[in-house]
Design a protein around this ligand. Structure first.
Ligand code: VTB
Length: 327
């Protein structure tokens, strides 16, 4: 995958972040998401790729834009063939409530590589490079935490585990508390939390628990670039979900997927913060109709991790115009 491409993709997540940031705290999840989707879809028109969305806003009949199978980019014979996993606004509730850690995110792989994850739940475990090789989704939380502590040279009481605050995690939370590890409970947004385990100064060591499966693939791509680890197992609530997964090409529905199963080959990841979180700063607005974004861009081929700070003019940029016109 071309190295310049990574820097092109960040302009797309920036556009989506800028558009949805206008909706921060306004209590309208739908509008925030729509703004991000529209901006991301439009921004794809400026990039030379033969792109196919493999993880997106849903099936073609339920999502008018950025649906699974949609072709994106300026197609040409010499443009790279890539598969795209995206979430224009990961954390719609976070954005609508002005909470912590909403991001706009794109992961890219060579054609046919990403696991085509169905829109079901996934049990997840994620960690950074320091604890790679010691986590195991089939081991009890206490064992994983103990092993992560050892690998990081920390006491168990110094390990911070991030978990989505959900009734389904009651038992998990109790088990983790029993170990004495610290817990960071989040309301939403387990992609930025998973990726944060791979960032040295995020203060997060381990992610445990059940979130969205498509977002698991996106998180795996990021942790591959960061040299961390991610494992996941699909969790089905209905027979219909199992059928859908089979239709999407998942062969073994109950398998514990390793990072290499979810995001094999060379991958690229980029994300822009919408609201401030452990991974990225949010969009900030400055006097004079200017605003700033913080993004992270990385590629697995080289392991380079770039943080990109950008300042935007809201009067000159097309997305800026959109913001000014408002809704
Ligand atoms: C949420 C959201 C996550 O999965 O947890 C969702 O915060 C599914 O969980 O970021 P609920 O149905 O309990 O809300 C994610 O979207 C992605 O994994």
């Amino acid at each position: 995958m071309d190295r310049n491409l990574a820097l092109e993709f960040v302009r797309i997540t920036e556009a989506a972040a800028l558009a949805s940031s206008k909706w921060m705290g306004r209590g309208d999840e739908k509008a925030a998401d729509q703004a991000a989707v529209d901006a991301m879809r439009r921004a794809f028109n400026s990039i030379r790729i033969n792109g196919t969305v493999v993880i997106g806003e849903g099936e073609r009949d339920e999502a008018p834009m950025l649906y699974i199978g949609e072709k994106v980019g300026i197609a040409s014979a010499d443009a790279p063939e890539v598969d795209i996993a995206l979430d224009p606004l990961e954390g719609t509730t976070i954005c609508a409530q002005g909470g912590v850690g909403a991001i706009s995110v794109i992961a890219v792989a060579e054609r046919g590589k990403f696991l085509h994850a169905p829109d079901t739940y996934m049990d997840k475990i994620a960690c950074g490079p320091g604890a790679k090789n010691v986590i195991d989704i089939d081991a009890p939380p206490a064992v994983n935490i103990e092993n992560v502590a050892k690998a990081l040279g920390k006491a168990v009481s110094e390990v911070t585990v991030v978990i989505l605050n959900r009734p389904r995690h009651e038992k998990l939370i109790a088990e983790v508390r029993k170990t004495g590890a610290r817990i960071h409970l989040i309301g939403d947004g387990d992609v930025s939390a998973a990726v944060a385990t791979g960032i040295r100064d995020s203060g997060i060591d381990l992610l445990l628990g059940v979130g969205g499966a498509p977002e698991g693939v996106i998180s795996a791509a990021a942790l591959k670039c960061l040299g961390g680890d991610f494992q996941g197992r699909l969790k089905f609530r209905t027979e219909d979900e199992r059928t859908r997964a089979t239709k999407m090409g998942v062969k073994d529905l109950d398998r514990a997927f390793k990072l290499e199963d979810l995001a094999p080959g060379h991958v690229m990841f980029c994300a822009t913060g919408i609201t401030a979180g452990p991974l990225l700063d949010g969009v900030r607005f400055w006097p004079g109709h200017r605003c700033s974004t913080q993004s992270i861009v990385m590629r697995s081929a080289t392991g380079t991790v770039r943080r990109i700070e950008a300042e935007h003019s809201l009067t000159l940029k097309p997305d800026g115009m959109l913001l000014k016109q408002g809704h």
